[in-house]
Design a protein around this ligand. Structure first.
Ligand SMILES: *[C@@H]1O[C@H](CO)[C@@H](O)[C@H](O)[C@H]1NC(C)=O
Ligand SMILES: *[C@@H]1O[C@H](CO)[C@@H](O)[C@H](O)[C@H]1NC(C)=O
Ligand SMILES: *[C@@H]1O[C@H](CO)[C@@H](O)[C@H](O)[C@H]1NC(C)=O
Ligand SMILES: *[C@@H]1O[C@H](CO)[C@@H](O)[C@H](O)[C@H]1NC(C)=O
Ligand SMILES: [Zn+2]
Length: 384
């Protein structure tokens, strides 16, 4: 009986672990056929010449830049609301290995790589979103230049992969629609090693140092420009971070970060020119007011270690234990292990007690037999 229980518990535990590894491999990419449909997104805003040095001027020149759902924002990690119903993001078509060529352009505001709309976000939003382009924001050696900040701290740089809702014809049409855009954002920090994937772009920087110049680079797996872990992210409703600041972006900022070498970051900061002979750098907008917006997070900062009593944790109400579906989902892996081991321990104890009781019964029978004078032996408390 004990062995049977053992096996049942063991199987249950394995099922939990298997379920977990299944969900962790759910963000996949595949190589597939694609056609180069380059979008000339929002380049219609050339009548106004805007710059990063006077961001307040954007508000008067572009109505939406004065709105109440502007981006970027400061993400206050302690105020992010854990929402376990946020669906994980699933990408497809991100592997552009063998793709004939992608256009890399210095548009005077950023370094932009055009992307084919065969790259898409297939799960994570209410609709499928197709990729249009990716670009970067950065500072200088002295000034870290991410747009979003985490607890008021800037990262050295930030990548934005811009997607538009597949129900619209193209990104220009989608950009002004409330559900038009979805941007995946990643923080870029400094690491010890050269980032080989970023080098596929950065090695062509000198070819686009002049404003409005462009070049073609071979396709590669764009997924590798994003952080390894796409499961942990922040989500909020925001805007384009450049004029015309349309408030149509469903933002995803990943918690996991990307690293490039110091040298690679310096190349990004020091190579591109804007205008006559100015350096293209510090192309980040200042964080905007939340105006009551909520920032959701797909992950809980609560460690799911043994014995953590969630109900007594301060701020427990910000971690609603709502459930979508599934069997073991409402319990953390820690909870289940604790229960399994508890049950195992109880069974072992019971088994041992039974064994001890039987042994003692045998022994007392033996004693009874050997001691003829003892006829009746009362059960003492200790025997139970
Ligand atoms: C952003 O996407 C989520 C689904 O992941 C959805 O619930 C939310 O309504 C979207 N926001 C906007 C502004 O469309
Ligand atoms: C985008 O789609 C709209 C509507 O179909 C069309 O009028 C416009 O020319 C398209 N723009 C581009 C850049 O393809
Ligand atoms: C974003 O806007 C959509 C549509 O108005 C809304 O349903 C959703 O709750 C908002 N998301 C957040 C995080 O407030
Ligand atoms: C990731 O989340 C942890 C836990 O909340 C937080 O301490 C850290 O600052 C976050 N980092 C980023 C880049 O979001
Ligand atoms: Zn951007």
């Amino acid at each position: 009986m004990l062995l049977k229980l053992f096996i049942i518990l063991f199987l249950a535990q394995n099922q939990v672990l298997a379920g977990e590894s299944l969900s962790s491999s759910s963000s996949e990419e595949d190589g597939s056929s694609e056609h180069d449909d380059d979008e000339h997104d929002k380049s219609s805003s050339h009548e106004h010449r805007w710059g990063y040095h006077d961001q307040e001027a954007w508000r008067s020149a572009y109505h939406d830049c004065n709105g109440k759902s502007q981006s970027p924002i400061d993400i206050e990690t302690s105020k992010a609301i854990y929402d376990r119903s946020l669906p994980p993001i699933q990408l497809e078509g991100y592997d552009l290995t063998g793709h004939p060529g992608l256009t890399l352009i210095n548009n005077g505001h950023t370094l932009k790589l055009s992307l084919p709309n065969s790259m898409r976000i297939v799960k994570g939003f209410d609709e499928v979103y197709l990729a249009a382009q990716l670009h970067f924001h950065w500072g200088t050696i002295e000034v870290p230049g991410s747009e979003h900040t985490i607890d008021n701290v800037h990262f050295p740089a930030e990548i934005h992969v811009v997607h538009y809702n597949s129900k619209y014809a193209n990104i220009s049409e989608a950009a002004s629609k409330p559900d038009g855009l979805a941007v995946l954002g990643g923080f870029i920090g400094i690491g010890l090693h050269e980032n080989k994937n970023y080098e596929r772009i950065l090695s062509s920087l000198t070819d686009v140092s002049i404003e409005e110049s462009n070049t073609q680079i071979p396709g590669f797996n764009i997924r590798h420009l994003l952080p390894n872990n796409l499961e942990k992210f922040y989500r909020y409703n925001g805007s384009l971070t450049t004029p015309p600041c349309f408030q149509t972006v469903n933002w995803t900022m990943f918690n996991d970060t990307i690293t490039v070498s110091r040298k690679q970051l310096a190349a990004l900061e020091d190579t591109l020119k804007a205008g006559q002979n100015q350096l293209l750098s510090k192309n980040f907008r200042a964080p905007q007011l939340l105006h009551g917006r909520r920032v959701l997070s797909s992950f809980s900062v609560l460690p799911s270690v043994e014995g953590a009593n969630i109900d007594t944790f301060p701020g427990a109400e910000t971690f609603p234990r709502v459930k979508t579906s599934g069997t073991f989902d409402t319990l953390s892996r820690g909870d289940i292990l604790a229960i399994a081991f508890g049950a195992l321990f109880a069974m072992t104890l019971l088994g041992f007690s039974l064994y001890a009781y039987q042994q003692r019964k045998k022994y007392s029978k033996f004693k009874k037999d050997s001691r003829q004078n003892v006829i009746y032996k009362p059960a003492t408390k200790e025997e139970v």
